[in-house]
Design a protein around this ligand. Structure first.
Ligand code: MUC
Length: 95
């Protein structure tokens, strides 16, 4: 199941700089783990914003929730989730 997830990150302005660096490092490790596992198929930065689009390839809604809610920055992230289906006009469609 494919989901496009937009994540807007809002870290508190008064967040301790050391804690911020820890969060950024933990987020990188967690995200790269999901990428290596194939659960995040692609990730893009939204230019000019502390936001991203992640294409998740997961087996269920529950797995998507597990992946997203496990993000170390989850408490500071607003998400918009869209479920994707194959477009009938896609040239790589089998048949
Ligand atoms: O956009 C960000 O930096 C936050 C974040 C969510 C996944 C990831 O790899 O980084």
């Amino acid at each position: 199941m494919l989901f496009m997830v937009r994540m807007q990150v809002s870290l508190p302005a008064d967040l301790d700089p050391v804690r911020r660096e820890e969060l950024v490092a933990a987020e990188r490790d967690y995200s790269q783990g999901l990428q290596r596992a194939g659960k995040i198929a692609a990730i893009w930065r939204v230019s000019g914003q502390f936001a991203n689009y992640c294409l998740f390839d997961v087996d269920s809604h529950e797995e998507l929730h597990e992946c997203v809610s496990g993000l170390p920055m989850f408490a500071f992230i607003s998400t918009q989730v869209e479920a994707l289906s194959r477009h009938p006009n896609a040239v790589d469609r089998d048949s």
